[in-house]
Design a protein around this ligand. Structure first.
Ligand code: ADP
Ligand code: MG
Ligand code: MG
Length: 907
């Protein structure tokens, strides 16, 4: 017969902490705590297999369960020296849920099982405490009614019969808490509670303890499938098939008098990681009282030592023992009965990113774990490093804003950090205001952003948009700039003409203060104080490392990460953010987008657009050459010996001249006509020619450079002139010229030829040569599929997973917002494919690309430069398929470094 029930008690247990899948976290750890000699009330755990059977069989139990439960109960009775249902010396039980992963508050627990009119009398005699006995009895009936008989109100509007009765009793004597009710009142309440059960559940309150116990076991197993639990599991990706275990355990009492208490605690502070036990407790209380909020709990670290010095000392000792055993900070529940401490639960504690880093580093320094263990992703989810790198709201100020009802709306948390500033609606205004006052704090509020808004975005502290998802322009650029951004906040009604943004009844004008939380997507009315990230301040040279303990720990952790990772980490950066990228640990640039500077020189670009002859185009482009060269010189210098991948012009030409531009600036048409000596009509015609129905699949990428080779030639010249210039100054640099959007080998060859010819020309002119490579982005499925051919000429690959996802899924990243949320909620896709690589689809193309490329060129250098390069799950995947590097926004570099180490240690 299968084993379904596992007992623990008296220092023995037939299971241990490794059996979480079978016994749930709570059950496995109760067993483990028993084994290491901690004081745990005896009991037994019904495995998750029973739950699965129960829910698959309409509440039926597997064969043999009953005998096993009876055996478990017998063991519990022996260890505790009391008997369940006994009229002299009754044992009371709790029945508690507990799944593989903790699902706080989602499932049910019943306490004080076994009480009836007979056993309550025995309890009174035994304890000499009538109040305690009747209070326990009324709690049991209430929980039994709520949990087992389904009387718990589901919404605020449902009646809560039990609480109503308690309210009335409290009112009639003018006391605040039920602990102050008289014994007579409690007796009366017990009678009324039984009547409630009869009236509203239509059954008599069961007096038979065994019937009570089975009722509770069934309710706990059933609670796995309640709505709350199902919604929670969907949100956290916990499979419905796991099931919960049920723990039946002897009761201990924290409500027997003033030498009793109940509480919860952490073996270290989990907000900031400070060592030392901390927690909440209540004297003379039971179970959920501490978290229920009916009485304000006291702080263990503040007053427990005075209240009960012996129990306090024991608790601290237990905390140390637990940390030593589990090698991690623990989240515990305890009860003190007549001065004796009992442990009811322990688990690895949840913590903030700050605390995660501090605790991991401290535990190494305390000799509890080694650096490899400190780096585990379960200890420090790589994404959580963000908390150390971005400015945050002062927690008290944010709480005050919430209390004042200043929360306006919630959008997508696209760029982490916190920012507070004055509203500005146009990027050009932002720039102008900032030029006047460099300290001005501005929040750029827009329906959406476009490349022209770049300079305004740069000077703003934060960006808030009404439209666009997690990979909209605003989101992408903010992440690259390390800027706080909330996007897709569709509650915002922005009126550019009136200069207002309206949310519900609130109307804010240009110049009004607004605050955005890029960690949560929250938008607040008014100002909230922010504090800069200590780590960033040190990295950017504004703060001394000696004055920065958080930085010291960050630095230590990153050193370990760099030791173990095999993937290199580069930055997607241009001249402006290259310095920050290097400070954050970039080992090169994986993607320099060259078009950004084109937006600063629209006149020259437009001149090129209006030129009909290649010579004229070349002449117009020649005006851009010095600017590009200067940019590259700066970038190469900043990166020093590190490689720099430069992508040739990628966007379609209408981004530089469109109807939209003409509409925004009515003088533009006549101006261009005059400048280029054509009619206004001809200007309009050219604009129309450039227009595209589906620009993502239009005349862009290498398709531009192929039709207009002058562009490629100018850009290559700028690159090689910059490199040669530096070489003459004795500075080495390693340009990698990257052709975008190639799908055919011939496309690549066409462009590579122009690049290499230009290089040869420049080298001859300059009298020096530099090492360089010519490679391509793999961002069209055809390129991945024919990677073996392309690698015959291409010297490196870089997966452009933004476009590769877009083209492989046939899903426009600018237009998927309307359904992706629904898709995720309904389990149609496991994650946003533009944030986390779709491994089965896009990932398969990547694998084909890697294999194909390396079948031709064994040592082909391959990286990724899409947004995914900074997403920990995708970094894991890139490690797995053997990429050489990932490239991401500068601010995500530390995250990618840690994720790369975790990937290396995992495999
Ligand atoms: P949750 O998972 O929601 O925390 P638990 O099963 O841990 O639910 O139970 C909640 C609380 O009930 C515990 O923290 C503890 O205070 C109390 N409790 C549970 N079992 C016992 C017991 N055997 N003796 C005393 N108190 C108990
Ligand atoms: Mg608990
Ligand atoms: Mg692309």
């Amino acid at each position: 017969m299968s084993k379904y029930v596992y007992t623990f008690g008296g220092g023995k247990a037939d299971a241990d902490a490794s059996q979480k899948n079978l016994l749930g976290g709570k059950g496995a750890n109760l067993a483990e705590m028993n084994k290491i000699g901690l004081p745990v009330p005896a009991g037994f755990t019904l495995s998750t297999e029973v739950c699965i059977h129960y829910n698959d069989n309409d509440g039926g139990y597997p064969e043999g369960l009953e005998e096993q439960v009876l055996a478990g109960l017998k063991n519990t009775e022996e260890v505790m020296g009391a008997k369940f249902g006994d009229k002299e010396n009754p044992l009371l039980l709790s029945c508690r849920s507990g799944a593989r992963e903790s699902m706080p508050g989602m499932m049910d627990t019943v306490l004080n099982i076994g009480l009836n009119d007979d056993t309550v009398a025995a309890l009174i005699k035994q304890s000499g405490n009538e109040h305690f006995a009747w209070d326990s009895y009324r709690r049991f009936i209430q929980m039994y009614g709520d949990v087992v008989l389904g009387l718990k109100p589901e919404s605020k509007n449902d009646p809560d019969h039990f609480e109503d009765i308690l309210d009335k009793a409290r009112e009639s004597t003018g006391v605040e808490h039920e602990k102050d009710l008289t014994v007579d009142q409690l007796k009366q309440i017990v009678a009324e509670f039984k009547a409630v059960i009869k009236k509203h559940a239509g059954v008599e309150f069961p007096t038979d303890p065994m019937q009570q116990l089975w009722g509770c076991i069934g309710a706990v197993f059933g609670s796995w499938m309640n709505d709350r639990a199902i919604v929670y599991r969907r949100q956290y990706g916990i499979p419905h098939t796991w099931g919960t275990a049920t723990n039946v355990q002897a009761m201990v009492f924290g409500n027997l008098g003033n030498d009793c208490a109940t509480g919860v605690g952490l073996t270290r502070n989990c907000s900031d990681g400070t060592p030392g036990f901390c927690g909440d407790y209540l004297i003379n209380a039971q179970g959920e009282d501490v978290v229920a909020g009916t009485r304000t709990p006291k702080r263990v670290e503040e007053t427990f030592e005075q209240d009960d010095p012996a129990a306090y000392a024991e608790l601290v000792e237990i905390g140390k023992k637990l940390e030593n055993h589990y090698k991690d900070v623990q989240d515990i529940e305890f009860t003190v009965q007549k001065g004796k401490v009992w442990m009811l639960q322990t688990r690895n504690a949840k913590r903030t990113g700050f605390a995660a880093v501090r605790i991991a580093v401290d535990l190494v320094n305390e000799g509890l774990i080694d650096p490899k263990t400190a780096l585990q992703k379960r200890r420090i989810p790589a994404d959580d490093l963000n908390q150390l790198l971005q400015p945050i709201f002062d927690p008290a100020a944010k709480e005050a804003a919430q209390k004042d009802n200043r929360l306006l709306a919630k959008g997508i948390n696209a760029g982490p950090g916190a920012a507070s500033g004055q509203i500005v609606f146009h990027a050009s205004d932002a720039e102008a205001q900032w030029n006047e006052d460099n300290d001005k704090q501005l929040i750029l509020v827009r329906r959406e952003t476009s490349p022209e808004d770049l300079r305004g975005m740069k000077v703003a502290k934060g960006i808030l948009t009404a439209f666009g998802g997690a990979s909209s322009h605003a989101a992408l650029v903010s992440r690259q700039m390390g800027k706080t951004c909330v996007c897709g906040c569709d509650q915002l009604n922005i009126n550019y003409e009136a200069g207002t943004v309206t949310v519900g009844d609130t109307v804010l004008k240009e110049g009004d203060w607004i605050s955005v939380d890029g960690f949560t997507g929250e938008v607040f009315n008014g100002q909230i104080d922010t504090s800069a990230s200590e780590v960033m301040e040190v990295l950017l040279g504004n703060l001394n490392a000696e004055d920065a303990p958080t930085y010291a720990r960050y630095e230590q952790l990153m050193k370990w990460a760099d030791e173990y990772r095999t993937l290199n980490v580069r930055a997607n950066a241009e001249a402006d953010d290259a310095e920050a990228a290097v400070a954050l640990g970039a080992e090169g640039v994986g993607l320099c987008r060259t078009e950004h500077m084109f937006f600063d020189h629209l006149d020259e670009i437009r001149e090129m657009i209006f030129s009909t002859k290649p010579e004229d185009r070349a002449k117009a482009l020649a005006k851009l050459l010095p600017f590009q060269r200067e940019d590259f010189t700066h970038l190469f210098k900043t990166l020093g010996d590190r490689p720099v991948t430069i992508r040739l012009l990628d966007p379609p030409l209408h981004e530089f001249l469109s109807k939209h531009h003409m509409h925004d600036d009515p003088t533009l048409g006549p101006k261009l006509a005059k400048e280029f000596g054509v009619s206004e009509e001809a200007v309009l015609r050219r604009v129309e020619e450039l227009e595209e129905t589906n620009p993502m699949l239009g005349h862009r990428g290498c398709r531009l450079g192929i039709v207009f080779p002058e562009i490629t030639a100018m850009q290559s010249r700028a690159i090689f002139e910059a490199a040669c210039g530096l070489k003459k100054e004795g500075i080495n640099c390693y340009p990698e010229v990257m052709v975008p959007l190639a799908g055919f080998k011939t496309e690549f060859e066409n462009q590579a030829k122009v690049i290499r010819e230009t290089a040869a020309k420049v080298f001859e002119e300059q009298g020096v040569e530099v090492e360089y490579m010519v490679g391509t982005m793999i961002e069209i499925p055809r390129a991945a599929l024919t990677a073996d051919e392309i690698a015959e000429d291409a010297e490196f690959f870089s997966f452009g997973t933004n476009d590769l996802t877009q083209t492989a899924l046939g899903m426009s990243r600018d237009d998927y917002k309307g359904f992706i949320g629904y898709y995720q909620e309904n389990d149609i896709v496991p994650a946003d494919p533009f944030q986390t690589v779709d491994q089965t689809g896009v990932g398969k193309l990547m694998k084909i690309g890697v294999e194909g490329g390396r079948s031709t060129r064994k040592d082909l250098k391959i990286g990724i430069c899409g947004e995914h390069g900074g997403d920990p799950k995708s970094v894991f995947f890139c490690h797995e398929i053997g990429l050489n590097y990932v490239s991401c926004s500068p601010r995500r570099i530390p995250i990618a470094r840690l994720a790369a180490a975790q990937a290396a240690l995992d495999s």
